[in-house]
Design a protein around this ligand. Structure first.
Ligand code: ADP
Length: 175
């Protein structure tokens, strides 16, 4: 499903963030040490190859809400933007920290003149953020940032499960 808001194309679809050939930058739902692991980080590091971690090592640790950018090695993209989401119920205030993730990813992308970026649902896996609340924060943040974008033209949201996709589609339709 796609929607255009102030000349920015917003798309939500089901897929694997580690296999998206038609996007310039993909977002890693990273851990503080920027290592591989489960979920999105595992998929991205496996597909990118070990050089990704070599580039990440000196950039770690990062704090919740921060984002750092690297190249993408064996992934079919140019960049990976690594952002650490808040652990729900632990890192406070979690809504602000999640908002910072989306803002800082857009900042890193704009600094490199990136035209398209794909986000996973940050913090909604191992970090336990309820998907509906997290979706609201991600869309509200994106909406507020759209007027500031100069290079980005496409913002994509990749959901792993059908159920998560439905939530994103419902909220995008209401936007
Ligand atoms: P976090 O630690 O920030 O919660 P996770 O990687 O555990 O990050 O999960 C974030 C979201 O990404 C979850 O909704 C999960 O279902 C989803 N996810 C897991 N693997 C992938 C993948 N390969 N591509 C896209 N989304 C994924």
């Amino acid at each position: 499903m796609k929607k255009t808001i102030q000349n920015i194309e917003i798309e939500v679809f089901q897929g694997d963030i580690a296999n998206l050939p038609n996007v310039e930058a993909v977002v890693n739902a990273a851990n503080a040490q920027l290592t591989t692991g489960g979920g999105v980080a595992g998929a991205i590091h496996r597909a990118a190859g070990p050089k990704l971690y070599e580039e990440c090592k000196p950039l770690a640790p990062i704090a919740p809400g921060e984002a750092v950018i690297t190249v993408a090695y064996n992934l079919p993209n140019k960049y990976v933007i690594h952002s650490l989401g808040p652990v729900y119920g632990k890192d406070k205030p979690e809504n602000k920290l999640l908002e910072n993730c989306y803002k800082n990813v857009l900042k890193r992308a704009e600094e490199k003149k990136v035209k398209s970026v794909a986000f996973p649902a940050i913090s909604t896996g191992a970090f336990g953020y309820p998907i509906k609340e997290a979706t609201k924060i991600s869309f509200n943040t994106i909406l507020a940032e759209i007027p500031k974008l100069k290079h980005l033209q496409k913002l994509k949201f990749v959901l792993f499960s059908e159920a998560d996709l439905e939530i994103y589609e419902t909220m995008l339709a209401e936007m």
